[in-house]
Every structure is written in C-alpha cells, then in structure tokens.
Design a protein around this ligand. Structure first.
Ligand code: BTX
Length: 326
C-alpha cells in the first residue's frame, strides 16, 4: 500500500525532486520507512535520485507488473482492485479458475511475469516469455445466460484495442472472434472460459495475453512470422504495468456500459475496429471450411457468412482468414 502511494506521489510530480518531509506527510509514515521503500524500488529496477536538502526524484521506472505498479494508473471502481501476482506459473487461467471456485470477487485479476504453459483456444498454446509480455486473467460474475458470454470476448477485444491506442498511439484491428492484430500480425490473444450450469453462469474467466516487449528473436520460430509486439511496432519499450491498467480502465467502462445498455453499443464499436466484416473470408470450423462474404455479427456475437450460393451461415467458432477486399 505504501509503495503504491509512493509511486503515485512520483507520478504526480514527474521529473521533480520531492522532499522527504513532504513525502512522509503525504504518506503518513516516517522518513526511515520512505527510505526503506525507495531502497526496495531501486532493487526492482527503479532509478531514484536522492540529493541533500532536495529529496528524491524518480529518474526511470522499473518494468515490474506488481500490484502497486498496476494500481498507480488504475482508475476503476472495482476491476483490478484485487490482484494475485505470480513471478512464474503454468497458466493464469488455471489459477483464476481455482480462485473463482473459492468465491473470488468480480474484478479479481491474476497476473504472471512468466507463464510456462499458457493456454490458447481449442487446446492450443500461448507463448509468453519471461518479463516481456502481459499475461492476465480477469474473474467476472455477470448475471448472463451462458450463451451470451461470447459477447464478453468481443467486448474485451474492443477494450484492448482502445487501451493500446490510448497508451501507445498504435492502431490495432480485430479479427473475429478474438484476435487483435497490428499490420496483419497477432499482438494479443483473448481466451474466454466459464464455470456454468446449463442456465446459470457462476463465473467468466477472461484471459488476455499481450506481446509487449518481445524482440523478433524472443518469439519461437514457429510464430515469428505471425506474431508482433508493441516494442516491434513502436520501436521503443513499452511500460507493461501501464498497459495493464489502461486495459482494466477501458474494460470497466465498456463492461458497465454493456451491463446497463446491452450488447448494441459494444457491437457498434467492435464493428468499427473489425477487419473481418465486409470482406471475403475463409472460416475454418471444426467440421468444414466455408468461403464467403462476412456480412456482420449478430447480437450474440455470432459471425454471419454469406456463401457464393447466397446461403447465410451462422459461425459460432472458427479461425478466420481474410480472402480479399470486396
Ligand atoms: P488462439 O488459439 O487464438 O491463439 C493461439 C495460437 O496463436 C497458437 O497456436 C500460435 O499459432 C499463436 N501464438 C501463440 N503464442 C503467440 C504469441 N505470443 N503471439 C502471437 N501468436 C501466438 C488465443 O488463442 C488466446 C490466448 C490467451 C492467452 C492468455 S495469457 C493469460 C491467460 N492465461 C492463459 O493460459 N491464457 C490466457
């Protein structure tokens, strides 16, 4: 808590020296306690200058994604207030499922600095290298029928695109249902899972993986040509904690809008960021490969594809490949 407050004081006074006395007044603690926390920040990669009679000045932030580093930029009412942080874990989804079973509150998030067995959709793997990416799972408890939960995947994609734009100025596009791409390469993966009875959702676990500071060589050879990172697109390192708080801020705004007004305003936003609507696509489902024109999505987030014979297919789950612009 003190560390979080200390980082807030630095954030409110960028590049300025702040006296030890002023900090201790604002934080309500002794100057020895401040000195101890500054020492810990330094051990976590922060560069803090100290000068006699002037106080302390934050020269450079570390690249940590601990709770106190995320909370500095958090503007939410409930999402992200409870954070479980892991230096290394197999998958944040697995931990979030366990927490959800043990009555974790809506908005609780699980974050890992490294995932050793990150989960993608349909049994696939999600790669996340130590210290370079964002791997987080968000626990929600919406009062929704199970068939509506795919809407939350689409909502999350919109939140991520908006957060990345706000944080880095980069423009991403969404490929139905859950890929966030930049210049045609995959930047973000979203995995929505739930714990539900046939007609009641106990919890929805939304997993978000963002490639932040990977270089090309950091990606495994099999995904090197299809994956990208914020560092590669922006040509400069990006603060992971700020990306996380921006995503949570955008998510809460859209989630509250969704709970109040339903899917319609989210759908409009999703369509504005989508690259897979209004084009010819191939849709690889479990059963077949369909080719046709992507007409749009329904209010349940189902993709509508009109094939060459004029028949319209409802696609619930598939991998999409863009064929050509119409
Ligand atoms: P997906 O099935 O759409 O994407 C997985 C596919 O994407 C892989 O088969 C591979 O081809 C490619 N891929 C794997 N890793 C990366 C990467 N880092 N960047 C780009 N492409 C990649 C997407 O599944 C859902 C991913 C969710 C990941 C989050 S991370 C936090 C949470 N915990 C967890 O275990 N999963 C989620």
């Amino acid at each position: 808590m003190l560390k979080e407050k200390l980082l807030k004081v630095f954030a409110e006074n960028p590049n300025e020296f702040i006296s030890g006395e002023k900090i201790s007044q604002q934080l309500g603690c002794t100057r020895t306690a401040i000195w101890k926390h500054i020492d810990e920040l330094r051990k976590n990669g922060y560069e803090v200058e100290s000068a006699p009679r002037k106080g302390y000045r934050l020269v450079r932030k570390g690249d940590g994604i601990h709770s106190h580093e995320i909370k500095v930029g958090l503007q939410t009412k409930r999402i992200g207030h409870e954070i479980s942080y892991y230096e290394e874990t197999d998958s944040t989804q697995i931990i979030a499922h366990q927490l959800a079973q043990n009555q974790a509150n809506e908005g609780h998030i699980v974050i890992a600095n490294e995932q050793t067995a990150g989960k993608g959709r349909l049994g696939r793997t999600w790669h996340s290298r130590q210290g370079t990416s964002v791997s987080m799972s968000l626990i929600l408890r919406p009062e929704l029928p199970p068939q509506k939960t795919p809407q939350l995947t689409l909502l999350t994609a919109v939140a991520v695109v908006r957060a990345i734009h706000a944080n880095t100025g980069l423009d991403c596009q969404i490929k139905w249902p859950n890929d966030v791409l930049i210049n045609g390469k995959k930047l973000v993966g979203i995995l929505t899972e739930m714990q539900a009875d046939p007609d009641f959702v106990h919890s929805v676990i939304i997993g978000i993986g963002v490639n932040v500071n990977q270089s090309r060589e950091d990606f495994d050879p099999d995904i090197r040509d299809i994956a990208t990172s914020l560092l590669l697109e922006k040509n400069e390192p990006v603060d992971r904690a700020a990306v996380i708080s921006a995503i949570l801020n955008e998510f809460e705004l859209l989630y509250d809008l969704y709970l109040e007004e339903g899917f319609s305003p989210i759908k409009t936003l999703w369509e504005a960021y989508s690259m897979s609507v209004g084009t010819n696509i191939y849709a690889r489902t479990m059963k077949e490969v369909l080719y046709g024109y992507a007409v749009g999505i329904t209010d349940d987030g189902v993709l509508l594809l009109r094939d060459e014979s004029g028949e319209t297919h409802s696609i619930y789950s598939a991998d999409i490949e863009i064929a050509s612009q119409k």
